[in-house]
Each structure stands twice: as structure tokens, then as C-alpha cells.
Design a protein around this ligand. Structure first.
Ligand code: KIV
Ligand code: ZN
Length: 509
């Protein structure tokens, strides 16, 4: 019988902890809902002990998700494990995920523990978690640089203590496919009672091999893969879910028919959602979900595909859920066509959300000849945003600029205080002037930024055409809180101001 590979998605933990990818509670819930639709087996929702916010989001995801397991990361410490279980216990399939490093370099310099101490700590931690929860994953951090015999010893002990999944991370993305496959083979032969647990792999992409390493492990006998949407994650990221799943799907002949439970037609939607929420765009050439992944540019290729699709196409765009309906939406489109296209894009809105989005659609269609799918995604996001939480709302702005110097006049509506204005000058340009004016108003309400609070700013055309909607993304940091703000408008400056305000509102929600 074809082997079933479990998919453990860590977009909300390893992905979220990578620079620039932080998400707030509502955003995490939106991603979790889509991961559930996608059909992943386990959602790693966060690291509950790390902060009250993480505890809250792991708890909320455990309560929300019905059709996937929910895991929380935990160090091999009782206080971490207690918090992890306390957050995931609401799930129908809770999992506590304990990690402890096993490589000589980590044990000597980071943990300052001997091998015996590591074995004892790992087994004790798993035994402690097992008192609460039947499903326990143990990760041997930096497994790929660990001594194989020692690793087998640690794994044998944690199985005895009750671990159900043994994870083999290539934490620093150092390994090669041959090495990873050999490690899995060795563990299958040398860990006692290995048939009582799944072997999982968790590969990082520092040398661009995360997906290749993971697939090599599947061939060698691993039964769980750890991955993230779009491959986001620490440093160069994790193995990307879409690449792993579509490799198994497309090359079942190579992987002995091994299959996942992922509904591949939800992949595109998941990828777009994570790009939209994190503001981290995938490269156009990114396999599976990049803008060019199914675009045949050269005449020879186009001719071949038209004559017989398989001449140049190994997968169909439909198989990952790229909408095929090319009916143009515009000013004269009705509510029905609008709603149908949203459903096709994977958005299932309630009546009130549809009504709100439709009003925005009509307003945009007055400004733009053709409404693209990317425009619709923006409208939906706006319709589902919770504006009642917003403390500062843009009323108006005026910018005068001459070459690099600019003056911005910003007027905001401040909740419970009414309208307030500020005027600022800048020698760098209109956005610096506008952001400074916003800072001045929010400062009056006790919200203070450091000078370098703006960590990242990006603006790009969200869709095609001369009248494209500009999508702006800002990343702001205040103390240890980091947020992503987004704004969209056919006016680039307005999109940028809205993005900045969106970030400010998230910081002071
Ligand atoms: O990369 C890693 O080693 C991890 C573990 C915590 C699983 O993310
Ligand atoms: Zn990792």
C-alpha cells in the first residue's frame, strides 16, 4: 500500500519567528483556517511559553481548528511543557513538541551539558509531557551534526518515555540529501522500538537543499515532513510545503507512491494568504507558486503547450488552485459574478462581508477599468478587517513636494478625541514628511516611537494595468513588539500612509 506522509506545518512557529514575518492573532487565525482547509496533519501554532501573546494565539488556534492536530513548541523544561499543554489541550488532537540539542557544539557551548545529562533531560521532559498528552514529538536540535550513535541513544530513551514522533532537524541547513537519507536509514536500524514512532524531518534552506533533503528522507523511510507555506522560516527558511507536496504528487513514481493528505487545489490560496499577511512576496520564479511558474513566454513553448499541454507542463495550474475563470470583472459586473469569483479564489464570506466588499468593489471599478484577482483579494481583506479596533483613522492628507523636500499635512480621526492635524517638513521626501506628521499626532496620545521604528517599507503594483492598485507594506517595531502594516490604494502615497497607520493601530490596539 502507498505510504502516507504526514505534513507538519510550522508556518505559524518557525515561519512566524523569522524576521519580518510576525503576525497578530487575527492573522494567525486566518492562516490556521487555511491550513486546515489545505488538509495538513498538524499545525504548529507557536511556542506557548515564549510570551503571553503566543500563549493566547496557540490557545485560540487549538480551540478553532477541528480537522488537524495542534502543536506547541517547548524546551525540555517543565514550565515550558506545562504552558505548551495548557494551550493545546483545547485541541481534539493536541501535541506537545519538545526540543533539546544533541550535537557536540550545541551541548558544549549552548547547553553546557554532558551527553548523559542530555539523555536524562530529554527522557524526563518527555515523561513529564506524557502525563498530560499522548502525542509527544521530540526534536533533537541540530540532529544532522550530532553523533549518530548518540542520537540513536537519545531517541531510544525518549521512545521509552513515551515519544510518538522523533524529529530529525537539519537546524542549520548544512546537510546534503545523501547524508540526510543515510541518517534516517541509520536511525531506522538502530533506534530501539522505532516502529512505535514516526520519523520526522525538519530541514532548513541555508544551502538551498531543504526540499531535496526532506524528499531524500521520505525515500529513506521518514513518515512526517515539517515545512512552511512559501518556505518562510529562520534565515533562508524551511522546506516549502508546496514544493514538497507537489514533488510527491507529481513524481509518485520516484517516491514509491508516497502521498500526503494535502488538498493541492488549496495551495495557491494558502501561498497568497501568507504573502499578503506577512508582506513577504515570493520570487516570480519560485517553484509552484511564483508568478511565472506556469507562464510560457517563448513562442516555441507556447506553441508546444497549445499543441499538447504536456510538452512543457508537468503540472496543471488547476491542480494547485490557480483560478482559471478569465471572465473580466469591471464596473458593470454584478454582485453574483463578484461573489462567484471570490468563491473561486477560495474566499467564503458571510453576507455582511460580501456587502461591504461589494461597495468597495464598485468604488474601485469607478477608478479602474479592469478588476484583477489581486484587486479582489485586497477588497476582501479590507472588508474582513476589524475597523472597530482602529484607534487612528486617516481623514485627509495634503502633500507639497519639490524634488526631495516635502511638506505633509495629515489629519487623523483619533478614537474618543476627534480630528487632529499635524504639519511636518522633510528634506528626504513626501513619505518621511507624512510619517513624521503621523508620529507627531500619535505622540500626543502617549504612543511614542523610537527614531528607527520603521524597519521596512515596500510599495508595489498589486495588479496589472496603468491604473494598478498600489500595495504598501511597512514593518514597525516598538520595544519587542513587531508588526506588519498594509495599505492599498490607486494613490501610492495614500497606500503608504494607510500602511503606516495600519501598523500604528496594530501596535497600539
Ligand atoms: O530548526 C530546528 O531545529 C527547529 C527545532 C525547534 C525543531 O526549529
Ligand atoms: Zn527550524
Amino acid at each position: 500500500m502507498a505510504k502516507r506522509i504526514k505534513v507538519f506545518d510550522t508556518t505559524l512557529r518557525d515561519g512566524e519567528q523569522s524576521p519580518g514575518c510576525s503576525m497578530n492573532l487575527n492573522e494567525k487565525l486566518e492562516v490556521a483556517k487555511q491550513l486546515e482547509k489545505l488538509g495538513v496533519d498538524v499545525i504548529e501554532a507557536g511556542y506557548a511559553f515564549s510570551s503571553p501573546e503566543d500563549f493566547e494565539s496557540v490557545t485560540a488556534i487549538a480551540k478553532l481548528v477541528k480537522n488537524a492536530g495542534v502543536a506547541s513548541l517547548s524546551r525540555a523544561l517543565n514550565k515550558d511543557i506545562d504552558a505548551a499543554y495548557d494551550a493545546v489541550r483545547h485541541s481534539a488532537a493536541p501535541r506537545v513538541h519538545i526540543f533539546l540539542a544533541t550535537s557536540p557544539i550545541h551541548m558544549q557551548y549552548k547547553l553546557k551539558m554532558t551527553e548523559d545529562e542530555v539523555v536524562a533531560r530529554a527522557a524526563a521532559a518527555v515523561a513529564h509531557a506524557k502525563k498530560y498528552c499522548s502525542d509527544i514529538e521530540f526534536s533533537a536540535e541540530d540532529a544532522s551534526r550530532s553523533d549518530k550513535a548518540f542520537l540513536a541513544r537519545v531517541f531510544s530513551e525518549v521512545i521509552k518515555a513515551g515519544a510518538t514522533v522523533l524529529n530529525v532537524p537539519d537546524t542549520v541547513g548544512y546537510s546534503t540529501p545523501d547524508e540526510m537519507a543515510a541518517l534516517v536509514t541509520y536511525l531506522l536500524e538502530n533506534v530501539q522500538d522505532i516502529d512505535k514512532a514516526d520519523i520526522s524531518v525538519h530541514c532548513h534552506n541555508d544551502l538551498g537543499l531543504a526540499v531535496a533533503n526532506t524528499l531524500a528522507c521520505v525515500k529513506a523511510g521518514a513518515t512526517q515532513v515539517e515545512c512552511t507555506i512559501n518556505g518562510i522560516g529562520e534565515r533562508a527558511g524551511n522546506a516549502s510545503l508546496e514544493e514538497l507536496v507537489m514533488n510527491l504528487h507529481t513524481r509518485a513514481d520516484v517516491y514509491g507512491g508516497a502521498q500526503t493528505g494535502v488538498k493541492t487545489d488549496q495551495i495557491y490560496r494558502a501561498s497568497r494568504l501568507v504573502q499578503k499577511i506577512t508582506g513577504v512576496k515570493v520570487a516570480p520564479t519560485k517553484a509552484i507558486v511564483g508568478k511565472n511558474a506556469f507562464a510560457h513566454e517563448s513562442g516555441i513553448h507556447q506553441h508546444g503547450v497549445l499543441a499538447h499541454r504536456e510538452t512543457y507542463e508537468i503540472m496543471t495550474p488547476q491542480s494547485i488552485g490557480i483560478p482559471q475563470n478569465k471572465m473580466v470583472l469591471g464596473k458593470h459586473s454584478g454582485r453574483h459574478g463578484f461573489k462567484d469569483r471570490l468563491t473561486e479564489l477560495g474566499y467564503y464570506l458571510n453576507q455582511q462581508e460580501i456587502d461591504e466588499a461589494f461597495v468597495r468593489f464598485k468604488a474601485l471599478a469607478d477608478k479602474k477599468k479592469v478588476i484583477f484577482d489581486e484587486d479582489l483579494e485586497i477588497l476582501v481583506k479590507n472588508a474582513t478587517s476589524d475597523y472597530s479596533q482602529q484607534r487612528f483613522t486617516l481623514v485627509n492628507f495634503k502633500i507639497d513636494s519639490y524634488k526631495a523636500s516635502a511638506q505633509a499635512h495629515i489629519c487623523l480621526d483619533v478614537r474618543d478625541s476627534g480630528e487632529e492635524s499635524a504639519i511636518c517638513l522633510s528634506n528626504s521626501g513626501p513619505l518621511e514628511a507624512a510619517f513624521s506628521a503621523i508620529n507627531e499626532i500619535i505622540k500626543r496620545h502617549g504612543c511614542k516611537f523610537e527614531k528607527d521604528a520603521l524597519k521596512h517599507y515596500d510599495v508595489h503594483a498589486a495588479s496589472g494595468g496603468e491604473d494598478a492598485v498600489a500595495a504598501a507594506v511597512v514593518k514597525l517595531a516598538c520595544g519587542d513588539k513587531k508588526v506588519t502594516g498594509r495599505g492599498e490604494s490607486t494613490n501610492t502615497i495614500m497606500a503608504s500612509i494607510e500602511a503606516y497607520l495600519n501598523g500604528v493601530n496594530k501596535l497600539w490596539a
